[in-house]
Design a protein. Structure first.
Lengths: 290, 172
């Protein structure tokens, strides 16, 4: 019965298009069946991933042993300066705290509570750049929160359509999604230089594309300038490292400058990550959406 | 007994893909090249060759759905992709012998089709996600090579497992 088969095929295509359309809806939240299924597979992924990681760790350790001597030398040199810095840092932190106390309870957008998480899966098809972590809404993870690696460099944000009860999906900075935007602060050697907006990832250059929005005192953004989150985007706290500028170009109309930023975190090698839960309440996104 | 083992084995294969991308980094692969493991596709084709069409399509449908939910943000793509390719493959196995060589050939062919199908859908959604040349050179060829190697390794153990499973199903 070829007619019946043709009908079935058409029906499948219609359902496929409808489902793609549904999943492309911007900023949609996870539906409950997705949550249930996501959590269940998360359990299995956790079970299989932990021993695999253990074995991979052994190989890595053997590799590390080879470089130990050289690294030791280098670290010893660095360590001499370290104590000085530490003392200074403590002093400044105390001063900051006392000044804050004098002002009353002022919460800074720099403050955040870290939620430690482990990567349990990575998207194998390589079109969507995302990893799954083993923390979800039950551990206070919410959508659009910033995620950093162990060293505090930004790697991405929590995906609103992948947030389950016990696991959640992290959209990496290298994802080509147009909604992958971060408000940034540019700082040179002598302090802040202005603000920018990361507007996506350039696949060919392997760099984040950042439009420079505002320059303080007409200072030029240069190669090597550090890029951090500015905290003005609403959800991310201030001062998470993103990377450094490697290249500057004018955009196609010659009106604004575009800087290319090399991410500080190695996005292909992620193990333990930190979800950043900002202390200052975030703006309600319902109101924003217009 | 083996019938209840099957979902767990498939789940292991499902997780193995992500573990592979996460933890295995070959030193001879450059940053530009993408190796996408398609172990699930391979095993589903083995299933349609050594068990039957019904099993393969149902598992393709379910695990495709899981794949969509967990690893991509697009629902439906792999769900219909896996099930459809299983259907085509089992049609092919009706006229072809199911010896290991032919099965590997069909499985690799299915991976090729799957790659092009997903590339087509991705380039429909995101304009200029990748040029066609870039796709073939940096993604398609390395992926196929990896999956040929994987098929060579996986075919015999899965043949044993699926054959005995089929025998068990037939005995009941």
């Amino acid at each position: 019965m070829p007619n019946k088969r043709l009908m079935l095929l058409l029906l499948c295509i219609i359902i496929l298009v409808a489902m793609i359309g549904f999943s492309l809806k911007g900023g949609r939240n996870t539906t409950w069946p997705e949550k249930v299924i996501g959590d269940t597979t998360g359990v299995f992924q956790n079970i299989f991933h932990t021993p695999a990681e253990f074995f991979a760790g052994i190989f890595e350790n053997i590799n590390d042993l080879k470089n130990t001597y050289k690294e030791n030398e280098r670290l010893r040199e660095k360590l001499d300066g370290q104590t000085q810095y530490e003392a200074k840092l403590q002093e400044l932190e105390e001063e900051n705290k006392s000044l804050r106390d004098e002002l009353g309870h002022v919460k800074s957008i720099k403050d955040y509570k870290p939620i430690l998480a482990t990567v349990i899966a990575r998207s194998p098809d390589n079109w969507a750049k995302q990893v799954t972590i083993n923390k979800g809404t039950q551990q206070n993870v919410a959508k659009d929160m910033a995620v950093t690696n162990e060293k505090g460099a930004l790697i991405g944000k929590i995906k609103s359509s992948g947030l389950n009860n016990f696991t959640s999906a992290v959209q990496l900075l290298s994802d080509t999604d147009r909604n992958n935007r971060v408000a940034t602060k540019i700082s040179g050697k002598k302090g802040s230089k202005g603000y920018g907006l990361i507007e996506g990832y350039d696949k060919e250059k392997k760099r984040l594309k950042m439009t420079i929005i505002e320059r303080k005192d007409k200072q030029d953004v240069k190669k090597g300038d550090l890029i951090e989150t500015s905290g003005t985007g609403g959800v991310f706290p201030e001062g998470l490292t993103i990377g450094e500028v490697t290249d500057i170009e004018s955009d196609s109309y010659g009106l604004t400058k575009v800087a290319y930023v090399k991410p500080a975190a190695d996005l292909t090698d992620l193990n333990n990550v930190i979800v950043v839960n900002r202390d200052v309440p975030t703006v309600d996104t319902e109101e924003e959406g217009s | 007994m083996k019938r209840f083992l099957l979902p767990f084995v498939m789940m292991l294969v499902f997780s193995a893909e992500s573990i592979f991308t996460d933890l295995v980094h070959f030193p001879f692969v450059t940053d530009d090249q993408v190796l996408a493991p398609r172990f699930l596709m391979l095993v589903l084709i083995f299933m349609s060759a050594f068990i039957n069409q019904k099993h393969a399509m149902i598992y393709g449908f379910i695990f495709g759905f899981l794949y969509d939910m967990n690893y991509t943000s697009l629902l439906g793509v792999y769900m219909f992709g896996f099930a459809g390719l299983c259907y085509l493959a089992s049609k092919a196995f009706k006229v072809l012998h199911t010896n290991a060589f032919v099965v590997i050939l069909i499985a690799v062919l299915a991976v090729c089709l799957l790659e092009f199908y997903v590339f087509g859908i991705q380039s429909l959604i995101h304009k200029d996600i990748m040029t066609f040349n870039g796709f073939v050179l940096d993604r398609f060829i390395p992926t196929i090579l990896l999956n040929i190697a994987a098929a060579l390794i996986l075919v015999l153990p899965f043949r044993l497992f699926f054959m005995s499973l089929k025998k068990e199903l037939r005995d009941e």
